[in-house]
Design a protein around this ligand. Structure first.
Ligand code: 6PG
Length: 260
């Protein structure tokens, strides 16, 4: 594993995707156990898309089934597609199939975004009110997650914060309705104010198709309008980027690495 300390967070580059997932699972178990020990519960926002499926599957097996305090962990989503919860495109369905149906997490600890609703703005407000009700707040009244998992698209988007989107400018609402422009798919997403209030944010970036976007996110000019993943800058928390060698291949040429 190579470690890169950068102004945009700590980058960990692994030879393989499997090793990336092993480290991510260990870091999740560590963050959740620390939160439960210190505050009695943990709050995790899950990432959507395909990359996290392998991590969720790993967490559904030993030793993680035994070491993660599932009964004291609350699960949320960073974003959701405007589809029913049983739709193959649903981020909720992917996490339930790969993880939440396979571990002893109580149903009442799983908080789904109702993105199938007719009125997405109302569904976004409903989720925001839920976050405010269920999660601890920071001094600015912003709900605080212990850990937020994030993916990144080849265009540099994260959650459902896409280049050029008005959602990138949102500074008061914590959850908004938005749209994935290239596929014209309606979404609901958490916004920077609540994302950046998390204690730890962990990107999972895998595969050759992400190499340009990752190099740009970490070493490119700071421009979240163009590369929304750059807008993730935890205020006092920690931003971790876990990448495999394929996704990190351009970074290694640009940054002096430190051995693990
Ligand atoms: C989504 C995700 C999105 C995802 C990236 C990467 O709902 O699609 O929240 O931000 O993490 O698009 O997706 P892959 O992991 O499938 O490449």
């Amino acid at each position: 594993m190579l470690t890169l300390e950068t102004t945009r967070g700590k980058v960990l580059i692994f030879p393989t995707q499997a090793q990336l997932f092993e480290k991510a699972a260990d870091l999740l178990a560590e963050a959740v156990s620390k939160a439960v020990n210190e505050r009695g519960q943990a709050a995790v926002a899950l990432a959507g898309g395909e990359t996290p499926r392998g991590l969720y599957s790993l967490l559904s097996r030993e030793p993680y089934v035994s070491i993660v305090p599932w009964e004291r962990t609350l699960f949320f989503w960073g974003d959701e597609r405007a589809v029913p919860p049983d739709d193959p495109q649903s981020n909720y369905r992917m996490a339930v199939d790969a993880l939440l149906s396979r571990v002893p997490v109580p149903r009442e600890n799983v908080f789904r975004i109702r993105a199938e609703a007719e009125n997405l703005d109302a569904a976004a407000s409903e989720y925001e009110q839920l976050l405010l009700r269920v999660l601890p707040h920071n001094p600015n009244g912003v709900p605080v997650f212990d850990l937020i998992l994030l993916g990144m698209g080849a265009d540099g988007h994260t959650a459902s914060l896409f280049p050029g989107s008005p959602a990138l400018q949102e500074r008061s609402r914590f959850v908004v309705a938005t749209c994935a422009p290239k596929i014209n798919q309606k979404r609901i997403t958490l916004t920077y104010p609540v994302l950046n209030s998390a204690r730890r944010l962990m990107f999972l970036v895998s595969g050759n198709t992400k190499a340009d976007a990752l190099a740009k996110a970490i070493t490119g000019p700071y421009n979240p309008e163009d590369t929304p993943a750059q807008g993730i800058r935890a205020d006092g928390g920690e931003v971790l980027w876990l990448a495999d060698a394929e996704a990190g291949r351009l970074l290694l040429d640009r940054l002096p690495e430190k051995p693990a």
